[in-house]
Design a protein around this ligand. Structure first.
Ligand SMILES: [Zn+2]
Ligand SMILES: [Zn+2]
Ligand SMILES: [Zn+2]
Ligand SMILES: [Zn+2]
Ligand SMILES: [Zn+2]
Length: 365
């Protein structure tokens, strides 16, 4: 019985998708003029080798800094020679992620030993199960139409939600519920939550795993991001500088990279009237917003001049570049779940803290 199998290995990994390993994203047809062709070819050959024994990749990984370094390199061989800083950055975060998730498992084992898991009748380990919610019910005001159309991640959102492996992007563990909406115990953080649609679960897994990090070398403090949107905003506003606003009031010259912040600046420093969200008078534009437009500038950089830092692939839009970069990080980060599930633990296991890396030596090898 499928449910039983899932309980034995609740966060079983998915098979690697060929299209990702070979960079064959149907939404991103390969650019015929790609200058990285020869490198691409080499990467393809290496990745084809990897594809032969995909599950071995993380299986063979020792769950420590050196092991995670090797894992990142196996998935992204070009990092060996370019953007090498990403290897250490991601390996360190992988240690934090791994130990953080192990700690959550140990805490849950302690709760089970005391038979007082907060999930009550939904605790899987204590024989509980998901609480299936009525899709037509008014749980938290669910609107069936918005459930179908209202998700920006482009993932599959079946309305009458039987849950199977096609309901979620690859690498996302399948939740222990027969259908959605449902309330169930997450097998990563062991908290019970209500999930209306598949993308809610995906976002929750991202919250537990924090898969994203800044890919820019000179980042002041590259942290882990739970939400893809926050990470995109960090890179775009903090590094890529796709657009900005320079205040032209007198000789102010205040510059910022976020529209809302610029409006705030005009209101606070120059006594502009705060535009109400709803104001849209026919034929006229709010003077504050007119000022915002007047001070607005956009980058002249082209996305294709920023090749993917993991594999060198280029894109014609910033959006596609960031979606692609995020996939690399999801691929790396989420595979740690396999090691977390595999680790033998009991309620007395002590997980040593992760030490901050000593100042990274300029060259690793
Ligand atoms: Zn539990
Ligand atoms: Zn969780
Ligand atoms: Zn950064
Ligand atoms: Zn100003
Ligand atoms: Zn790439």
């Amino acid at each position: 019985m499928a449910v039983r199998a899932l309980i034995i290995n609740p966060i079983a990994p998915r098979p690697f998708l060929r299209k990702f390993l070979l960079n064959e994203d149907p939404e991103d047809p390969e650019d015929p003029e790609d200058p990285e062709d020869s490198d691409d070819e080499r990467a393809r050959k290496r990745q084809k080798l990897m594809e032969a024994e995909p599950t071995k990749l993380i299986d063979d990984t020792a769950p420590n800094f050196a092991g995670f370094q090797q894992h990142v390199l196996k998935l992204n061989p070009l990092l060996d020679t370019s953007n090498n800083y990403l290897v250490d950055r991601i390996a360190h975060q992988q240690c934090l992620r791994y130990k953080g998730l192990l700690n959550l498992r140990v805490k849950h084992l302690q709760a089970i030993a005391a038979r007082n898991c907060a999930c009550g009748s939904m605790c899987i380990a204590l024989g509980g199960s998901a609480n299936i919610l009525d899709p037509k019910g008014d749980q938290r005001g669910l609107d069936p139409l918005s459930a179908r159309y209202g998700n920006s991640d482009g993932d599959i959102t079946p309305l009458e939600g039987a849950v199977n492996k096609h309901s979620f992007p690859q690498d996302i563990p399948i939740p222990l519920t027969a259908s959605l909406p449902a309330e169930f115990e997450c097998q990563l953080c062991f908290k019970a939550k209500k999930f209306q649609k598949p993308s809610d679960w995906v976002k929750h897994v991202h919250e537990d795993v924090q898969p994203f990090t800044c890919t820019w070398e000179r980042c002041q403090k590259p942290k882990m991001f739970k939400r893809k949107a926050d990470w995109v905003r960090h890179e775009n506003e903090g590094h890529r500088h796709l657009e900005w606003w320079t205040c032209d009031d007198d000789d102010c010259r205040y510059k910022c990279y976020r529209r809302e912040n610029f409006i705030q600046h005009l209101v606070r420093e120059h006594k502009f009237v705060k535009p109400k969200a709803a104001i849209k008078r026919a034929g006229s534009i709010h003077p504050t917003l007119a000022k915002v437009e007047q001070c607005h500038q956009e980058t002249v950089e082209l996305p294709r001049n920023e090749p993917c830092r993991f594999c060198g692939k280029t894109f014609h839009s910033w959006k596609k570049l960031t979606v692609h970069l995020a996939k690399h990080m999801e691929r790396i980060s989420l595979s740690v779940l396999e090691l977390v599930a595999k680790k033998e633990l009991d309620e007395d296991t002590i997980i040593n803290p992760v030490y901050e890396p000593t100042q990274c030596p300029p060259t690793r090898r």
